[in-house]
Structure formats: structure tokens, C-alpha cells
Design a protein around this ligand. Structure first.
Ligand code: PLP
Length: 473
């Protein structure tokens, strides 16, 4: 493809391909059914020497790639958390690829830097975050949490660990028993050591107990440790449990500890005033991350990171080699100093076009619809004698299991396996309070009440079938 005429021709075809994909998405098995190695073995071991015709490549995409796709945009994708997208997001991402800018500093594309400022400021208002926060786009919540812990580390050590490395490591990080594995990863990478990640017990709703946090910190201080940061979950991955942020912030304020909030999923729902109200004040929070790439119709990847002390963030990451010196330095946001990577994609474009095209009201309506579907599914579980809720639903995530079996764990494992193998829908599981449980999430861009009914029918009939063949009851 060597000229714009060819590009145009194939561009139309590829767009048609995507549009057809969405029109026919329900015909695919939601979870890919290929075996390990199957896709790889269908490709040649050597790269082609000569240009290959686009027709052939498109055929390979259909025949060899598509079977190995798990259809995250399928309306009956109910596993994990969604990574939902939307038409405006896809188009903006395409445009971003077309511009092909590398937005490391303001000068290398002022529009990328300034549009990022615009959408981050929009998000602050949309989620009613403290107005003195500053936002920056990171690739993922994992990166944002690492950035938060590194900033906390430098802030506490007066920026000395950056200069000299650890003299001795007495630092401790705290999170709940149910916190995300990205915190373990960040603690490893930042050099604290996993043994200094202290898990605070949770209550029966799997929310961190602030009083236990206070006791642990007090104990650690008297033993010579230096409490550095708390990572509170605003929506855990297993069950969307919400740690009591306000209460925790009283503890972190008392001991002068950095408070990072991991709101990767549930943070999206803060654009609903009725949910935002439940969270309370965030004034005591130092940094906060949520993923529009999960539940705000914005293609993976785009993670929104906010920090109160922008100077501490920048001082942690800034570098200024001669070749990056510019006359605008200090007057504009050079985002290479706001995180780990130097090179950055023009990500704000897709989030801007999503918000611009949907408007706040449409995003709010879709989230409310998803939550309503979760409420409906929860009522189905509650009404059925053979199923039980493991925990009360939060937002659009229902954690449940088939409870009428002698061995609930193996029954529910079998149930999950059969449901997913059917290709009709996709669920994932968790273990909560020692109970193996299934998770139902209704967050796809395309999910409707009819899909939820079909999914529930599938779960119920599969359970009945297993029960009758195994006399599992
Ligand atoms: C999904 C999730 C993450 C990880 O998100 P990435 O953007 O994939 O790194 C972290 N924390 C919680 C609570 C999550 O749900």
C-alpha cells in the first residue's frame, strides 16, 4: 500500500470490516475456543520477503485471527470488568494513528498536551473530584498506582531515594486483603519488597476496616517502620467493595501518609451524582486513578490519574537532558515529566470524542441502565431457591453461586466451564470468604435487558442440566 489512493480503498474496506464485525458480533462464541499454540502454528515461521497482497492479509485476519479473538465487545461478555469501546472512540483512535504524533512534550504536539488538560479538567468536574487536583493520562491503572507509590516514596524521602537509592528500607505500604494485584506489582517494582505490603483486614462487606489500619500503623511506628502509603480500593476487583475513603483519610492525615485511591472500575460510576454522594469527601486523598477504558466507552488503553501535589509528581519524574530543552519549559505541561514513559500516544483525542459525542447525559444513562440490569439479575438470584448471592450487589456486578449442590465449589466450576464453552456468554469467577463464586457484570456498550434475560436463562438451564446428570442436589 504505497499511496493514498490505495490507503483510501483499503481504509474503507477495513472500516466496513469493523462495522460488519459489530453487526454480526453475536454470531461469534464470546470466549475464543482455540487451544494453546493453535493460532501461532497457523502462521509461517519466517517473515515474508516480498510485499503480500492486502486481499490475502484480510483473508488471514478472518481465517486465522478472528477464531483467536475473545469478543470483549459482545453484549453477553459478562466476565472480569468490561473494556468497552464505542464508535467515536474507534474513529478517534484511528485519527490518532493517522496523525502519528509522539506527544512527549508540549512542543511535539501542543494540541495533544492541551486537549489532555481539557479532558482531565472535564473529568474532575464530571466526577466531582477536588478542584485543586491535576490530571494526566496513563496507560493503565497499574502504571498509575506505581507512579503514585514512587511519588509517595520521593515525597517522604525528600527526593533522596531517587538520588542515592535506599539507605535502609523501613517503608511500609498498606492495602486491604481484597486489593488488586497491581499493588503487589508496584510495591515490588518500587523497591519496598512484598514483605512490606501489609494487608489490612476487611469487614463482612470486604471493605477495609479503618480502625485496623490505624492499629497496624501505630504498631509499625513503634517497631521502627516508616508508614509510607495506603492504597484504598474504590471498588475491588472481586466484588466492587468500597473502602471507607473518608475514614481512611483521617488515619492517613493523622500519620502524614500518602493516600492513593484505586478506583479503576467503580470510579467511572462517580459521574452519577447518586453514586458520587456515597463516596463522601476526597479532600484527604493524595492521588486517584480510574479507567475510562473499562466503563466509559473509550478504547483500551486510557487510564485517568489525578494528583493533588503536582510538584511532587513532577519532581519525582522530571528529567531535562539538553535535547529536550525548549523555550516553553515551565509554562506548559510537558507530560513526559508526569509519569514513567517518555514517548506518549495522543490518547486524549478518543476520550474527548467519546465525551463530545455522547454528552454526559448519555454516558450517565448507559451506566444507569447497566446498573439496573445488575439489579434485575440480583433479583433473579434472590428469587431462585437454588442460587445465592455471596455479597450484596454493588453497581452492576453480582457475585453469586449455585448453592443447592453437595459440593458447591466443584458444581460452580463445572457450571462456569459449561457456560463459557457454550460460546453464548462469558462469565468469570472469584473466591470470596472461602467461597468459589461466579461474577455477572453487565457493562458492555451493546448489552440490553434481552441479553441479560438470555444470559440468566443460560445459567439457570445449565445448572439444572448439571444437577440432573450429577444428582448434585
Ligand atoms: C482492573 C483493575 C486494575 C488494573 O487495571 P489496569 O488498567 O489493567 O492496570 C487495578 N485495580 C482495580 C481495582 C481494577 O479493577
Amino acid at each position: 500500500m504505497e499511496n493514498s489512493k490505495e490507503f483510501r480503498k483499503w481504509g474503507y474496506k477495513f472500516l466496513d470490516y469493523i462495522a460488519d464485525y459489530f453487526d454480526n458480533i453475536e454470531e461469534f462464541p464470546v470466549k475464543s475456543t482455540v487451544k494453546p499454540g493453535e493460532i501461532k502454528s497457523s502462521f509461517p515461521k519466517e517473515a515474508p520477503l516480498d510485499p503480500q497482497p492486502m486481499d490475502d492479509s484480510l483473508k488471514i485476519i478472518t481465517e486465522s485471527i478472528l477464531p483467536g479473538i475473545t469478543h470483549w465487545q459482545h453484549p453477553r461478555f459478562h466476565a472480569y470488568f468490561p473494556a468497552n469501546n464505542s464508535y467515536p472512540s474507534i474513529l478517534a483512535d484511528l485519527l490518532s494513528s493517522g496523525f502519528g504524533v509522539q506527544a512527549m512534550i508540549w512542543e511535539t504536539s501542543p494540541a495533544a498536551a492541551e486537549l489532555e488538560e481539557v479532558v482531565m479538567e472535564w473529568l474532575i468536574k464530571m466526577l466531582d473530584l477536588p478542584r485543586n487536583w491535576h490530571g494526566v493520562i496513563q496507560d493503565t491503572a497499574s502504571t498509575a498506582t506505581l507512579v503514585a507509590l514512587l511519588t509517595a516514596r520521593e515525597n517522604k524521602s525528600n527526593f533522596q531515594i531517587n538520588e542515592r537509592g535506599f539507605k535502609s528500607n523501613k517503608y511500609r505500604i498498606y492495602c486491604s486483603d481484597d486489593a488488586h494485584s497491581s499493588i503487589d506489582k508496584a510495591v515490588k517494582i518500587a523497591g519496598f519488597g512484598l514483605s512490606n505490603l501489609i494487608r489490612i483486614p476487611v469487614n463482612e462487606l470486604h471493605e477495609m476496616i479503618a480502625q485496623e489500619l490505624d492499629l497496624q500503623i501505630e504498631k509499625d511506628i513503634s517497631n521502627g517502620f516508616i508508614p509510607l502509603a495506603v492504597v484504598a480500593a474504590l471498588g475491588t476487583t472481586s466484588s466492587v467493595a468500597i473502602d471507607p475513603i473518608e475514614e481512611i483519610s483521617k488515619v492517613t492525615t493523622k500519620y502524614n501518609i500518602w493516600l492513593h485511591v484505586d478506583a479503576a472500575y467503580a470510579g467511572n460510576a462517580m459521574i452519577l451524582p447518586e453514586f458520587r454522594k456515597e463516596i463522601g469527601s476526597l479532600e484527604g486523598v493524595d492521588s486517584f486513578v480510574f479507567n475510562p477504558h473499562k466503563w466509559m466507552f473509550t478504547n483500551f488503553d486510557l487510564s485517568a490519574y489525578f494528583v493533588k501535589d503536582k510538584d511532587a509528581l513532577i519532581r519525582t519524574f522530571s528529567i531535562l537532558p539538553e535535547y529536550l530543552k525548549t523555550s516553553s519549559y515551565g509554562k506548559v505541561n510537558d507530560y513526559r515529566d508526569w509519569g514513567i514513559q517518555l514517548g506518549r500516544r495522543f490518547r486524549s483525542l478518543k476520550l474527548w470524542l467519546v465525551i463530545q459525542s455522547f454528552g454526559l447525559s448519555k454516558i450517565q444513562k448507559m451506566l444507569r441502565d447497566h446498573i439496573e440490569m445488575g439489579r434485575w439479575f440480583e433479583s433473579k438470584i434472590n428469587e431462585h431457591p437454588d442460587f445465592e448471592l455471596i455479597l450484596p450487589r454493588v453497581l452492576n456486578v453480582v457475585v453469586f453461586r449455585y448453592s443447592a449442590a453437595n459440593d458447591p465449589k466443584s458444581f460452580n466450576e463445572k457450571l462456569l466451564q459449561e457456560i463459557n464453552a457454550s460460546g453464548e456468554m462469558y462469565l468469570s469467577h472469584t473466591v470470596l470468604s472461602g467461597k468459589y463464586a461466579l461474577r455477572m457484570v453487565s457493562g458492555s456498550t451493546r448489552v440490553t435487558q434481552e441479553h441479560m434475560q438470555e444470559s440468566w436463562d443460560k445459567i439457570e438451564s445449565t445448572a439444572r442440566k448439571i444437577a440432573s446428570t450429577t444428582q448434585g442436589k
